[in-house]
Design a protein around this ligand. Structure first.
Ligand code: EPZ
Length: 431
């Protein structure tokens, strides 16, 4: 298994291109199941999760063609590829256990399949490293649209042989995935659907914009009440994926933790407003530039800032581990509270092995800043926890070896190249 070796203490200076958002690309790929015409997606990041989704859709019968690297409109290479997806001949409506188990986002095929084909059978994803993560809200929503749902042998079977019917769906809690599944399903339902307490993440806005380009009738995009007027069929579209705000936030924190000065290319400041606000409070200058966002740390330690994760536009749970890494070397203390997932502090014991002072009480972690971390061999069991250890390693004295980096390859394209281009001493050790 590959590892990442980091010699800490190098200031990051330079620019980093931000790719298309993984968490937008995954549902957008599933949206291809809603039409027999070609869906063209641009800026699809090259990541292990995208490969898993590609395999899943191919086994459903979707033809997928990769068209090579492309650049953003500002001329900066952002990596990524253009992908053409065509679901004109669905071979199977079953999403098997071995693929769903690898990646929970596989459950996003459920809504589109049942909406267009009247049936779908999807393995239940089960728990994962960051919590139990049920899909009850996805299922109740589809039931409200008239699907018959049965659970059998670890699989969810959804049937709507005469099509889905629009309804009012009130989500008791905000769910990104359930909003996406219902949004896609409702585009082909008879009549109108209203999603109340819908998630407002930019990835949902991106999905809605693509669906509108495919011919869907959607109002209230970007608000917590989305109305979808069902149409008979959707058609071809060409869509550029929104930049990855979590990748951008991660590199912003990398700049901050190394006392660096980095320009994040291709991302707009409003996309990372909440993390930018926390960084500003910590004493890091975050400003919009012509090409993106500049993050410049002064030559003093950051100040401790309390952070609570919340649905968008609040502080994202997907940046909690990275911000905690920054707070471990802050002047003063920071209380970090996780409200989205019940088990998202796996990075804490590893950060403590690097010299951090963190105490967890329930959903909150009290981080008391220390002057410096020291390098150590570390590993983590999920994507964002792993990258927080990379950030800690960049700031630590001595060498850090991050093990099991296949987690990183799920969500960060060319992580070590992007960091090394800004002066980090980081290399992949093949194993
Ligand atoms: C999405 O997961 C993201 N994944 C996650 O990113 C992200 O952490 C999360 O949203 C929150 O922002 C993708 O977009 C592919 P949720 P999702 O449904 O959709 C509970 C990363 O690192 N819930 O908004 O699965 C759930 O358990 C990943 O890139 C139910 O109870 O998240 C959680 O506590 C990790 N029942 C909360 O809601 C349900 O039916 C929010 O989950 C659905 C969710």
């Amino acid at each position: 298994m590959d590892k990442l070796r980091i010699a800490g203490g190098k200031r990051l200076v330079g620019s980093i291109p931000i790719g298309g958002a993984k968490n937008a690309a995954l549902p957008l790929m599933c949206a291809s199941l809603l039409t027999d015409e070609v869906l063209t997606l641009r800026h699809v990041p090259r990541l292990a999760d995208i490969d898993t989704m590609t395999h899943l859709l191919q086994q459903h019968g979707v033809t997928i063609t990769l068209l090579g690297a492309n650049g953003r409109s500002n001329g900066q290479k952002n990596g990524g590829v253009t992908v053409k997806l065509q679901a004109d001949d669905i071979a199977s409506t079953t999403a098997p256990y071995d693929l769903v188990r690898k990646m929970r986002a596989s459950v996003l095929v459920l809504g589109p399949l049942v909406a267009r084909h009247g049936q779908a059978r999807v393995s239940l994803p089960g728990g994962c490293a960051i919590g139990t993560r049920p899909i009850d809200l996805h299922l109740k929503g589809l039931q409200a649209l008239g699907a018959e749902i049965e659970l059998e042998g670890g699989y969810v079977s959804a049937r709507a042989p005469h099509g889905l019917v629009g309804a009012r769906v009130v989500f008791p809690t905000v769910s990104v995935g359930a909003t996406e599944n219902l949004l896609m399903a409702a585009t082909l339902a008879r009549g109108s659907t209203v999603l109340v307490n819908a998630a407002r993440e930019p990835e949902i806005t991106d999905l809605a914009q693509c669906l509108v380009a495919m011919g869907a009738g959607i109002e209230g995009v970007g608000t917590d009440e989305i109305t979808i007027h069902g149409v008979e069929r959707l058609h071809a579209a060409d869509h550029a994926i929104v930049p990855d705000r979590i990748e951008a936030g991660t590199y912003a924190i990398a700049a901050a933790i190394t006392g660096g000065d980095v320009e994040l290319l291709g991302v707009d400041l409003p996309l990372i407003e909440a993390p930018a606000r926390v960084l500003a409070e910590a004493g890091v200058a975050v400003t919009a530039t012509e090409k993106g966002v500049r993050v410049a740390a002064g030559n003093r330690r950051p100040t401790g800032v309390d952070v609570m994760t919340e649905p968008f536009p609040g502080f994202p749970t997907d940046l909690q581990a990275q911000m905690m890494a920054l707070m471990t070397v802050a002047e003063g203390a920071a209380m970090i509270t996780e409200t989205i997932f019940e088990n998202r502090f796996m990075h804490v014991p590893e950060l403590c092995r690097m010299g951090a002072n963190i105490n967890v009480h329930g959903a909150s972690a009290m981080v008391r800043g220390v002057p410096a971390l020291t390098g150590a061999p570390v590993m983590a069991t999920d994507l964002r926890a792993s990258v927080s250890l990379v950030l800690a390693g960049l700031a630590a004295r001595g060498e850090t070896m991050v093990n099991r980096i296949y987690h990183l390859d799920r969500g960060y394209e060319r992580l070590e190249d992007k960091l090394a281009a800004c002066g980090a001493a980081v290399e992949r050790v093949r194993g």
